[in-house]
Design a protein around this ligand. Structure first.
Ligand SMILES: *Cc1c(COP(=O)(O)O)cnc(C)c1O
Length: 370
């Protein structure tokens, strides 16, 4: 009889060593645990768009419900993205969330005997995607004092067996931002045997003065070893549909197309993303709401005497003594934020910018929880 004991030993050591991704606590989970009504809970834990999804995307999704017996066709969305960004269609790959593309590029370039470089406090998916291939993680200390990526130190950490360097800009969970000038210097110094993955999940939240529209994308023609990823999960409000995209040289996209699942993005996500792309009103409202909310939360944190890391996305990482205890008290009162102990930031919490009333509730409950 096979008792199942020892099954874990059948998995390679590099798989057994993985610590699973801890997601933001779902509203339904907190409601069950605390016996709170679902609609009394404020979730500011997963950088979701508090306005929901674009009405145009919702209408397109509803209209597509009758067509789900057919396999998806990615052509129209890739064409629209290529046109929007001035690229060839062969330079774009779609993913089941941009997370899917991070996994794809890791499977293309990494594996046992290879390594990937990333910053401490960088997005948690980079070590996960790296480890899943059997490659080695090289974590580089962040810039002293501000938690940002130390690009010079990351260059120095590159080894002959390194194939990917992961960069999030802005980074989650710190909210730190690298200027285009800094990134450009880095790319020029990057050895050609290394692919730079530039994760721009929060690009659309950058104020125009910092926004990379045109700038980082224009580098694709110069750097065949650059992959830029974006997502429909954040400002576009489609986190639950799972869709993102990657832009790179045709060579990189061709390789990624070999390892991705043939039908990795579903019909509803494709039509929703296509519609959301053109919903300029919704995007502008989302951007404005976020700017005002950032000001509201930052002012509130200052009033409470709490330091924060300057924010460049739709979230703020703030410093608080006894973050674990404060987090527990926030949860008891129905407010979900993100603890950052697993990011080696045990004295910080991360709060997503919500609607004005949600931000107000968060600040009130935070004050009582300190
Ligand atoms: C949210 C996020 C993503 C996007 O995840 P999806 O898989 O597209 O939902 C990617 N990178 C960073 C840094 C993020 O915070």
């Amino acid at each position: 009889m096979n008792t199942g004991i020892g099954i874990a030993a059948l998995a390679p050591q590099h798989i057994r060593a993985i610590a699973p991704y801890p997601p933001g606590k779902p509203i339904t989970a907190l409601a069950r645990e605390m016996g709170l009504p679902v609609d009394s809970i404020v979730k500011l834990a997963s950088n979701e768009n508090p306005l929901g999804m674009s009405p145009k995307a919702l209408a397109a999704t509803q209209a597509a419900l009758g067509g789900l017996s057919r396999y998806p066709d990615q052509y129209e969305l890739i064409q629209a993205l290529a046109e929007r960004h001035g690229l060839d269609m062969v330079q774009i790959a779609l993913g089941n969330g941009s997370n899917d593309l991070l996994d794809c590029v890791a499977r293309v370039f990494l594996g046992p005997g290879r390594s990937a470089v990333f910053s401490r406090h960088a997005f948690a998916v980079y070590p996960l995607a790296t480890q899943a291939t059997g490659a080695e993680c090289i974590e580089v200390a962040a810039r002293a004092g501000d938690y940002g990526h130390d690009l010079e130190a990351m260059l120095l950490a590159i080894r002959p067996d390194t194939r990917i360097v992961w960069i999030a800009n802005p980074n989650n969970p710190t909210g730190t931002f690298l200027s285009h000038a800094q990134l450009r210097v880095f790319l020029e110094a990057l050895p050609p045997h290394v692919v730079a993955v530039l994760d721009e999940a929060y690009n659309e939240y950058l104020p125009p003065a910092l926004a990379s529209e045109g700038a980082t994308l224009s580098w694709l023609s110069e750097f065949p070893n650059l992959l830029i990823t974006r997502t429909f999960s954040k400002v576009y409000g489609l986190a639950g549909l799972r869709i993102g995209y990657g832009m790179a040289s045709a060579e990189i996209i061709d390789l990624m197309n070999r390892v991705r699942q043939p039908f990795n993005v579903n019909n509803l996500a494709l039509v929703a993303a296509r519609a959301a792309l053109d919903d300029h009103l919704f995007l502008a409202e989302s951007f404005e709401l976020n700017q005002r909310g950032l000001e509201q939360i930052v002012a509130g944190l200052k009033r409470l005497g709490l330091g924060h890391i300057p924010a460049h996305g739709n979230f703020v990482a703030f410093h608080v003594a006894d973050a674990a205890g404060v987090n527990q008290r926030l949860l008891k009162q129905g407010v979900i934020v993100r603890p950052l102990a697993n990011y080696a930031m045990p004295d910080h919490l991360r709060v997503t910018i919500g609607l004005e009333r949600e931000n107000t509730r968060f600040l009130e409950v935070l004050e009582k929880s300190l």
